[in-house]
Design a protein around this ligand. Structure first.
Ligand SMILES: C[S@@+](CC[C@H](N)C(=O)[O-])C[C@H]1O[C@@H](n2cnc3c(N)ncnc32)[C@H](O)[C@@H]1O
Length: 283
């Protein structure tokens, strides 16, 4: 009998912390460009007459590839993450400024901050992993009274991306076993719609960097084998192995070899939502 998925088990990045930068790190120079663009947005979000030094709060800061660059550029930076192992990598990052304040905390629960002074809340490749409803509540609770920005960063792939083709096949195979994959785009849309319902105003998305990648099925499969879950869902190891073995067989037939190569484009995109100033009666 097929093993059943474990939905209660928390999906954690602890096990992939060591390999994360190697597997999912950004090309040279991209983190710096992303950080510079986010800090530009932070400066632009400063309300007229307000003092400088608005807080930049990063959700799912991970190993700090971008966070360390943000902390170098922003007047006040706080990063938090569910995974202590990812944060340990952040703390060890060379060149990390001492002013980077890092907290291990679950973004799906009440965030461990009280001040309503976040002028910009940033999440890179992380917001889609959280339940949108509590996330909206916490963003609105901590946003600066004078207004704030939520900025979500993501890597987008060209439609012909080999990894996306494999991911679609993976989702199909998970669905056949009753496992519903988490859809990053849909979660981000729900988050955006909920914030718009609270008066948020989406700004046009901005591509900060674009680069070419050479993709191979065996690289994608190796990266997925190193994870605790698949498609954003925690799975029992036997089920994960079985699905990936099937996917490898499918890819061998589809592409002729697991070492098949395809070049495609990836880009890092920022999508921001301006959150309105809090009205007196809502304070
Ligand atoms: C794909 S990684 C992105 C890391 C980093 N932001 C980047 O772009 O390199 C997602 C991060 O979100 C964190 N995360 C996932 N669920 C979380 C939650 N409920 N609360 C806080 N962080 C969470 C993970 O631990 C991981 O570090």
């Amino acid at each position: 009998m097929a093993a059943t998925p474990t939905r209660r088990r928390r999906f954690t990045f602890d096990r992939q912390a060591r390999s994360f930068d190697r597997r999912a790190g950004l090309p040279p120079g991209v983190a710096q460009r992303v950080a510079a663009a986010v800090v530009e947005l932070l400066a632009a979000a400063r309300p007229r007459g307000a003092a400088g030094g608005g807080l930049l709060l990063e959700l799912g800061a991970g190993t700090g590839e971008i966070g360390a660059e943000l902390a170098l550029r922003a007047p006040r930076y706080v990063g938090f993450d569910l995974s202590p192992a990812m944060l340990a990598r952040f703390r060890r990052r060379r060149g990390r400024p001492r002013s980077a304040w890092l907290v291990a905390a679950d973004g799906d629960a009440t965030w461990p901050f009280r001040d309503r002074t976040a002028r910009l809340i940033f999440a890179s490749r992380a917001a889609h992993l959280l339940a949108p409803e509590p996330l909206v509540g916490e963003i609105l609770r901590l946003a600066d009274d004078a207004g704030a920005l939520l900025v979500a960063g993501r890597v987008r792939r060209a439609p012909i991306s080999l990894r996306d083709e494999l991911r679609r096949e993976l989702r199909r195979r998970l669905a056949a076993r009753g496992v519903e994959a988490r859809r990053g785009g849909a979660s981000l849309r729900r988050l955006r719609d909920a914030l718009v319902a609270h008066g948020g105003e989406p700004l046009p998305p901005r591509v900060v960097a674009a680069w070419e990648v050479v993709e191979r099925p065996d690289d994608a499969l190796a990266a997925w084998r190193a994870k605790d879950g698949l498609a954003g869902v925690a799975l029992e190891p036997e089920l994960r192995r079985a699905v990936l073995d099937e996917l490898a067989a499918w890819a061998r037939t589809r592409y002729g070899a697991l070492a098949y190569q395809r070049t495609s484009e990836e880009r890092y995109e920022l999508a921001a939502i301006r959150l309105p100033a809090r009205r007196e009666d809502r304070r």
